[in-house]
Design a protein around this ligand. Structure first.
Ligand code: ADP
Ligand code: MG
Length: 259
């Protein structure tokens, strides 16, 4: 049995700077996992490294439904079934969402089926009225995130990483996005939902919660991990696991410690 996504020992550098310090993550098909962590802990870098973007030097293994994607070009990773939504969705002036969907359909295996799926997804997520508007232009934060989830549904990936899908949203939009994420749950898909705050978890059922600190996943478990985090905060975890911030100096050993 393959998993939607299996990440093993992923390390990433940007020049001299070590950002990811050995990330392990396993997301079975049908599950939605939350990946939480403070700003600067490496969450977006993990997305970029898995998608093959940016100038990172990366090592380790990442399997999408059993296919190794590390080292492969971006389009092959997408073809293997990996999809990423962006922390900051880009606006594409002059291109409507409908045109974007047609473009995506043309490069898919079965364009007819793709368009049919997109229409179904548009109805499911209430996206019809956005189809003839420029991609993400003049959309509210919540609408942009729903537009991303819509594109995801149309593409039918095997593994999806949603980067800060709930950031910058008011509470009603958070609930809407949570419902949209629940709506994409499927036995053919594994989802990693990156979030800074635990508030979105109140509106949905995640199967597992992982905490990333200083470029590593330091804790994984059920909902209680997020609840515990809410109570104690990231700083205490950092102390507990002895994690130094990325790019931060490692404290010198205290020469007088034994005195
Ligand atoms: P998160 O998404 O968890 O907030 P990031 O992955 O964006 O964290 O960043 C992790 C660390 O790597 C931060 O210290 C950030 O400054 C650094 N970093 C990431 N990308 C770059 C880049 N292109 N140039 C310089 N530093 C970067
Ligand atoms: Mg980020």
């Amino acid at each position: 049995m393959t998993t939607a996504l299996t990440v093993r020992g992923v390390v990433a550098h940007l020049g001299e700077l070590e950002i990811l310090r050995g990330v392990d993550l396993e997301v079975p098909f049908g599950e939605v996992h939350a990946l939480m962590g403070p700003n600067g802990s490496g969450k977006s870098t993990l997305c970029h490294v898995l998608m093959g973007k940016g100038d990172y030097t990366a090592e380790g293994s990442a399997l999408v439904d059993g296919t190794e994607i590390m080292g492969a070009p971006v389009d092959e990773r997408a073809e293997a079934g990996l999809f990423e939504t962006f922390q900051y969705p880009v606006e594409i002036p002059g291109v409507s969402l409908r045109e974007l969907i047609r473009e995506m359909a043309e490069t898919s295996v079965d364009p007819g089926a793709f368009v049919a799926r997109a229409e179904e997804a548009a109805a499911q997520l209430g996206m019809e009225r956005f189809l003839d508007r420029p991609v993400n232009q003049d959309l509210s934060g919540g609408e942009k995130k729903r537009s991303e989830i819509f594109q995801l549904l149309a593409r039918q990936p095997k593994a999806a990483i949603l980067d800060e899908i709930d950031s910058g949203l008011d509470i009603d939009a958070v609930r809407e996005v949570a419902e949209a994420v629940e709506a994409i749950r499927s036995p053919e898909l594994g989802v990693v939902m990156i979030t800074h705050y635990s508030r979105i978890l109140k509106y949905m059922d995640v199967d597992r919660v992982h905490i990333m600190l200083g470029g590593k996943i330091v804790q994984s478990g059920g909902r209680e991990v997020a609840d515990h985090l809410e109570a104690q905060g990231y700083e205490q975890l950092r102390e507990q696991f002895g994690i130094t911030p990325i790019g931060g100096a490692t404290p010198e050993p205290d020469p007088f410690a034994s005195l």
